[in-house]
Write a protein that binds this ligand. Structure first.
Ligand SMILES: Nc1ncnc2c1ncn2[C@@H]1O[C@H](COP(=O)(O)OP(=O)(O)OP(=O)(O)O)[C@@H](O)[C@H]1O
Ligand SMILES: [Mg+2]
Length: 481
């Protein structure tokens, strides 16, 4: 039972509420009102009709809600508000008065609006939540102790942690390699990297669950509450695709540069070959004719020397013509495994190959490719010969063929020699580039190979293996069209 003192408290509470609070009987008479209501409508409102004091009318409002509240029409169904009836700006609810009679409490407090506001807040929170979760970039937020409390799907995808794991047992320091987390925080607190508490377009690496390092661009900020640092949030953009694209672009640029150099040399070679071909043919023809005559031995010897040297010149001219594409034969479909074997058959007889082990890993399902196989033999020969020279006649040469998706084949030659100096790597396909002493190399082998592969609409590149040795990779389309 409620005692007198408690009653007094409750009355004081009603008066302390800075809202209109009234009790209205079913015949619209104001039975009670708190101080706030009396301050507005006058001390004498008790006993007056509600429609009089609110609207100055002499009969109840047409849309009076009092009966509806009591009879239960339009009531909200859910929760503890089941007995409330909502007007536009006030809240009405039924009550039994001290005389046992039904009446209605009127509170000028718009619970509906509050409720709607709450709903809107909830909706916008859900929207923001979904926005973060489905963002393309990884979004990760952590509190001051490093505990992660936001970790979206993209973050899971990049870092390999399921969200639940990241939220429960991953520390923000775990996703950075070494001391990087501290470095990032230092930069964030320094105003030089995008303003205080901000870090813009900073390239870092993230450490995945599997221990892989992923390059990312980080935009981060510190979250403050009343000027106090409470958390950090980071947006991480995966740079792997961009870096690959940059690399491809650079490679294409290099190839273009290479191609233009080759084209210039091709024209020059074609011109020189054309000029030399006819006089050389004459020298050979007349030397041969002369040799058929009765001559002194001494003259015969000299003539033979002239003939041999002229033939060597003719071979070089042939080489130049091939280089400038004028010596190409008709393309047909050929088996490259067999073509490589044929080249090896010729080379293996040479003493340089005596102590070279050749390990072949051929793709037996390698499709035949449309090519000028004579020219490709030339490519293989130059590369294999270079490898043997680099290994100084001792080592292992791996030859690998492989069918690639998209109607392509790959041929790789890897040796166990000293590899190619990174500094000269961009130059080795240049005409007349050689590191060999005079007489050992002209520096033409790889430039010819480059031109031939290019004519086949293929690609050739050289690189060094981590464990040492040089590799030459050739990719050719099955049908060059
Ligand atoms: N397998 C290899 N290992 C190390 N360096 C190599 C290898 N293949 C080529 N090179 C380097 O590339 C340079 C150019 O090779 P390229 O075949 O074009 O010319 P060359 O062998 O010097 O002369 P040529 O082929 O005209 O006789 C070589 O001088 C050498 O420095
Ligand atoms: Mg060579």
């Amino acid at each position: 039972m409620i005692d007198q003192r408690e009653k007094e408290y409750l009355l004081a509470v009603a008066d302390a509420i800075p809202r209109e609070l009234m009790v209205i009987s079913m015949d619209h008479i104001i039975c009670a009102a708190n101080k706030f209501a009396k301050d507005i409508y006058g001390e004498d409102i008790i006993g007056k009709r509600c429609y009089e004091i609110y609207f100055g009318m002499d009969s109840p409002c047409i849309k009076c809600k009092i009966n509806q509240v009591v009879e239960g029409e339009d009531k909200r169904q859910e929760g503890s508000f089941a007995d409330l009836y909502f007007e536009d700006k006030v809240t009405l609810f039924p009550m039994i008065g001290p005389d046992g009679k039904q009446c209605v409490v009127r509170l000028d407090f718009d619970i509906t609006a509050m409720d709607q506001l709450e709903k809107k807040l909830h909706l916008s929170n859900t929207f923001l939540h979904n926005l973060i979760l489905s963002a393309v970039d990884a979004v990760i937020a952590a509190d001051k102790k490093g505990k992660i409390f936001i970790f979206n799907d993209a973050a899971s995808k990049i870092l390999g942690y399921p969200r639940e794991d990241a939220l429960s047992c991953v520390d923000i320091r775990d996703i950075y390699p070494g001391d990087m987390a501290r470095e990032v925080m230092k930069k964030l607190r320094n105003k030089d990297h995008g303003g205080p508490g901000k870090l813009k377009s900073y390239r870092v690496e993230l450490l995945t669950k599997q221990g892989e390092l992923i390059p990312v661009e980080l935009n981060a900020s510190i979250i403050y509450e009343n000027g106090v640092e409470v958390a950090t949030i980071g947006f991480f953009h995966d740079l792997r695709e961009t870096i690959n694209m940059e690399k491809e672009l650079e490679e294409t640029r290099m190839q273009l540069y290479q191609s233009s150099k080759m084209a210039a040399l091709g024209n020059l070679a074609a011109g020189v070959a054309h000029q030399l071909n006819n006089p050389l043919s004459s020298i050979i023809l007349f030397s041969e004719l002369l040799l058929e005559e009765e001559l002194e031995d001494r003259i015969k010897q000299d003539l033979t020397r002239i003939l041999e040297n002229a033939k060597r010149c003719k071979d070089t001219v042939k080489e130049l013509l091939e280089f400038s594409r004028q010596g190409g034969g008709t393309p047909f479909f050929a088996d490259l495994n067999k073509a490589i074997d044929r080249t090896l058959f010729l080379l293996e007889k040479h003493s340089l190959f005596k102590n070279i082990k050749i390990i072949k890993k051929y793709d037996l399902g390698l499709p035949e490719i449309k090519c000028d196989v004579q020219q490709l033999n030339h490519v293989f020969m130059n590369i294999i010969w270079n490898a043997a020279q680099a290994m100084k006649g001792k080592g292992t040469l791996y030859i690998i063929t492989q069918k690639l998706p998209g109607e392509k084949v790959k041929i790789e030659f890897c040796d166990t020699g000293p590899g190619i100096d990174e500094e000269i790597l961009p130059n080795i396909f240049d005409p007349f580039f050689s590191t060999k002493k005079q007489g050992d190399g002209l520096g033409l082998g790889l430039s010819i190979a480059y031109r031939i592969v290019e004519n086949h609409k293929g690609k050739i590149r050289a690189y060094n293996k981590e464990q040492g040795g040089a590799c030459f990779e050739i990719i050719l389309p099955v049908n060059r069209g």
